[in-house]
Design a protein around this ligand. Sequence first.
Ligand SMILES: [Zn+2]
Length: 313
Amino acid sequence: MGITILTAYQTQNRCYQRGRKARHVGILVHATGAVNRNLKRYVDAPGSLGVNANGNHWNKASADKCMHGFVGYDKDGRVIAVNTLPYAYACWGCGKGSRGSYNYDPTAHVQFEICQGSNTDSAYYREAISVAAEYCAWLCRLLGLPASAICSHREAARRGYASNHGDPESWMRCFGDDMNQFRARVAALLSGAGSTDEEGQPTMEILRKGSRGEAVTALQSALLSLGYAIAVDGIFGSQSEAAVKQFQSARGLEADGVVGAITQAALRAAGGSAGTAPQAGRRYRVTVPDVDGAAATLLLETYPGATAALISA
Ligand SMILES: [Zn+2]
């Protein structure tokens, strides 16, 4: 895993401001159609992506589309992913078809655009599609989804849940690629990541004030995506603790500022994620001392197929 995911919420977009919630059951991949590899064309984050001199990015009230993310060049010509809308929000991505829309519940999909290159630029295509696959694997873990839950705009349209577009296959085809191969690559990324957990031991880490590292970064990203004002710096300080306590209070949990199994499960249920997400096809044994009935139910909902024994009441 070596991708960068920048967070740059497009707060002037009316979709962001509306903040309609959604529970995402899949991931929908777009390609922009227009040949422009630069994220700054669509995303307003001049510090990292460069200045859009035409001002035609989508961070404005007049934009009628809004995605959860984009993949393309940053200002230094590196292909990165950028998250532009909290994952707990419904996007304005794919329009609608005869049966409904993948923008909204109960068929809501997290959606992102790949900034498209020319039909002969295979170097950029390979780099962009590889970052898109890694971003999808990351999203699958965040949302607890298998690679089979990924589709294209074209596939969504053919199922009757999107406007009649042919992306990104119309671009993929130029390089002998297709969505089945793409899903297979994401599935390979997902299965490879499980190899450190040979014994099926829980990999959950308890996070509290003073904790540092990747798991803290994941926790902070999850809280940020749920609307808590927090810096994503990998250091669990007073600000992180305050946000965790707020989140715990809001979910009816004990507000102790310590992120254990129950708070992590609640974060996932709320659409965020922290620590190591459970992976499809693996079984985990998670022992939670003094769990009460409501928390046990929440855990079971979060880990489908799990069985739990109540050790104490
Ligand atoms: Zn599209």
